[in-house]
Design a protein. Structure first.
Length: 281
């Protein structure tokens, strides 16, 4: 019995060893697949934007209307939700930050701390998360259903490129919406938090309001604009890219939608971390 048991255990070790030894290979394949996905996604978005810009007849009323509709859906419809979240974050984070920075003493330094932490870092990230949940999933489902219903093939037969009328307007509308929502969130969180914090701490904190206007440097503004435009394009571009991979089965729609959402989250957080490193003194 002892010999049989030791033979069974000995036979298991090679299988375990193969699994452990295959772990680096699995990590490498996953990293390669992620890198290829990013390269294909960037190529897809650049081709869509360049082709849309080069074909001047495409920039007509129908395309402009598609951009406006995307802005209304992604931006205007999200304003009530973002108002609530902005006020909540301002009320939750402003008093602790002010108390933690009270040792600094200077209102300019406190305002700078609020602007960097709440408006420049947290604001774009939360806004992108909302954009992914609302617009990214909706775009992925919409385009995937169009692909399954052969509407994409019908457009091709008519000589209409899908990227011109559906992908590029979504990229542009998503970028504009993300930037506008991030500015709106920053204003609501900073002003709302600064007005409410005196009720919880001291009326001396009202002196922060004038300092907030001068706490943002031109470099901060440029990085803020570029980062949010990039967030918006990444979210909508990933949704379009994953949705157009649907082939023949309806079960692919939730799978591609899930892939679009998960990939958007990963890319947004990686980009946010990269910009945070760039903004370090």
């Amino acid at each position: 019995m002892g010999d049989a048991s030791s033979q069974v255990q000995g036979s298991r070790w090679p299988a375990v060893g193969r699994r452990v030894g295959g772990f680096p290979g699995a990590v490498g394949r996953s990293a390669s697949a992620s890198l290829l996905f990013v390269v294909d996604l960037v190529t897809f978005m650049l081709q869509a934007l360049l082709h849309w810009w080069q074909r001047s007849p495409v920039r007509n009323r129908a395309t402009r209307r598609a951009v406006v509709v995307q802005i209304l859906f992604s931006g205007v419809d999200a304003l009530p939700l973002l108002l609530l979240i902005g006020l909540a974050m301002g009320m939750a984070l402003t008093p602790p930050l002010l108390m933690a920075g009270s040792s600094i003493g200077e209102s300019e330094e406190l305002a700078r701390l609020l602007v960097v932490g709440l408006a420049l870092q947290l604001g774009p990230l939360l806004t992108a998360v909302i954009l992914i949940g609302r617009s990214g999933s909706a775009i992925a489902v919409d385009l995937a259903q169009m692909k399954l219903n052969r509407e994409v093939a019908a457009l091709d037969l008519l000589g209409i490129r899908l990227t011109d009328y559906f992908v590029a307007p979504r990229l542009i509308g998503g970028a504009i919406s993300q930037l506008a929502l991030a500015i709106y969130f920053a204003a609501v969180a900073l002003i709302g938090g600064s007005l409410i914090s005196p009720l919880l701490l001291s009326t001396e904190q009202l002196s922060l309001l004038p300092a907030l206007a001068t706490a943002i440097t031109p470099g901060d503004g440029l990085i803020f604009i570029f980062k949010n435009l990039l967030f918006g394009m990444v979210v909508t571009g990933t949704a379009c890219f994953c949705a157009l991979k649907v082939e023949v089965s309806r079960t692919e729609v939730p799978q591609r939608t899930q892939q679009a959402i998960a990939s958007s989250y990963a890319l947004v957080f990686v980009i946010a971390a990269f910009f945070s490193l760039l903004e370090l003194p």
